[in-house]
Write a protein that binds this ligand. Structure first.
Ligand code: ZN
Length: 475
């Protein structure tokens, strides 16, 4: 028998479906075998000792805007180098980015250009969700072509700021009907800009930071979720809410899921770990984000949604920002217009392990489901990504569940001037990150090839539409 490339021995393999002590053989970028610890092993060129560690599938961040880091770091290439290395340090091996359409331009060449710009610049694998600026006839008919080219999902918004045309009910009806028929996921930013506008006029000093969550309140989100879910029920089209933050929104999603509609919710670590009270504190500037933070009871409802399966996906929505820049923008703009990143891409796995598994005693399989398997299935890269099976890509994370450490921005690798978890004590740390059999991160150092990340053409999985009517079953 020839030598295999890598043997990972002594660890506990965790997938969304269970946990077991198994040794993992890696050959030619793929998982070649999963063997009982006492089974005979072929000789390996390299052995990684995973004793005391979890062996997790590579994490997937399904919603980011890391291309926005080009403004912070001077070039797209530098932004991608830093962000994808930071992602790898945190155990993420696949990243998806929203790529904005331009009015009057077709999406397909914009996406092709974005792939070209990133190939050879990324440390981890990647894909995009095209983001619609408007729901014009040509754009909608183009989505089918985009799906065939490997982008079976797209993003649209009920919120109309920054020159975007807000989506209306007619547009959503068309999009979801098409999505049902062709197998395309609609990602919705659920916020009702008309409600926001009324409040912005009504509330005294509406531009002040402590008023931001009153100007863009939880019920503006819930009103938009209500409308969108109604149309999802009419059409049966697959619908994914990005960055949900409000408990009552989740109730609507949960009810639709229970009845078997393919309606899915994503949330983000900041809605789980912070609340709107933070905007009255000095660290509030760093937490400026669109949509803003919600009430404490909303955070509690979100944890519950992770636990019962209403939320199959946790993303960072990262757009990279310096706090100095947020401060400057706040001088010239009302707070409800200032957004930006929170610089948490490296911390997502450790933060969620701390919150879900340590604090709230959820099974670690659920953590894997929300950060890897769920996004992989919903966005059409499963089982190539998102699990540990023979034939899957050897994207693996050796994670130490017993490590306790304190976050210091200077120890992180994105290279921004702050992160929102500064000073937090976290439980669990990534020791090794492997992308398609290549070790990228080991012992706190980036040791792998810097630019082997590949574009992943995705293919929609019909199982996401033929949804099940139980929350506990995976999408
Ligand atoms: Zn976003």
């Amino acid at each position: 028998m020839n030598d295999v490339d890598t043997l990972i021995s002594g660890g506990e393999v965790i997938t969304a479906f269970g946990r077991k002590r198994l040794d993992v053989l890696v050959q030619d970028e793929k998982i070649a075998a999963l063997l009982e610890p006492d089974a005979a092993k072929p000789p390996a060129k390299r052995t990684l000792n995973a004793r005391g560690l979890y062996v997790l599938p590579g994490m997937i961040d399904p919603h980011t805007h890391i291309g926005g880091g080009a403004k912070v770091f001077g070039s797209l290439e530098e932004a991608m180098r830093r962000c994808t290395q930071a992602l790898a340090f945190g155990g993420t091996t696949t990243v998806m980015e929203m790529i904005g359409g331009e009015k009057g331009k077709s999406l397909s060449p914009i996406l092709a250009e974005a792939v070209k710009e990133r190939e050879g610049a990324m440390a981890i694998d990647f894909s995009f969700h095209p983001s619609l600026r408007s729901v014009e006839e040509e754009t909608v008919s183009e989505l089918e072509g985009c799906a065939a080219e490997g982008f079976p999902s797209f993003h649209a918004s009920f919120e109309g700021s920054r020159g975007k045309e807000p989506l209306n009910e007619g547009g959503l009806y068309r999009l979801l009907s098409m999505g049902r028929e062709r197998g395309i996921m609609t990602i919705i930013h659920a916020e009702d800009s008309r409600i926001n506008e009324v409040l912005i006029r009504q509330i005294p000093d509406s531009g002040r930071i402590e008023n931001i969550s009153r100007c863009r309140p939880w019920f503006s989100e819930t009103a938009a979720v209500q409308r969108a879910v109604f149309i999802a029920r009419l059409t049966g089209g697959p619908l994914y809410f990005e960055h949900l933050g409000a408990g009552p929104s989740l109730e609507i999603v949960r009810a639709a899921r229970r009845e078997g509609f393919p309606v899915y919710a994503e949330t983000c670590p900041h809605y789980l770990c912070f609340s709107e009270e933070s905007y009255r504190k000095p660290e509030g500037i760093g937490l400026l984000k669109s949509p803003p933070l919600r009430r404490k009871e909303d955070s509690e409802a979100l944890w519950e949604g992770l636990s019962d399966g209403t939320i199959p996906s946790v993303a960072t929505d990262e757009s990279v920002a310096l706090v100095a820049e947020k401060r400057r923008r706040l001088e010239e703009n009302p707070a409800y217009r200032v957004s930006g990143g929170l610089n948490q891409i490296e911390l997502r796995l450790a933060v969620m392990h701390t919150g879900m598994v340590l604090k709230r005693k959820m099974p670690v399989e659920r953590l894997v489901y929300c950060l890897s398997t769920g996004p992989a299935r919903l966005f059409g890269i499963y089982p190539r990504k998102g699990t540990i099976e023979v034939g899957s890509d050897a994207d693996l994370v050796l994670f130490d569940p017993n490590a306790t450490w304190r976050v210091r921005n200077e120890d992180l690798h994105q290279g921004t001037d702050y992160n929102i978890f500064e000073g937090w004590e976290l439980h669990g740390k990534t020791r090794v990150t492997m992308l398609r059999g290549n070790v990228l991160v080991e012992d706190g150092k980036f040791v792998g090839p810097e630019r082997t990340g590949r574009w992943l053409p995705r293919q929609f999985d019909r199982a996401v539409i033929e949804a099940t009517n139980t929350l506990s079953t995976l999408p």
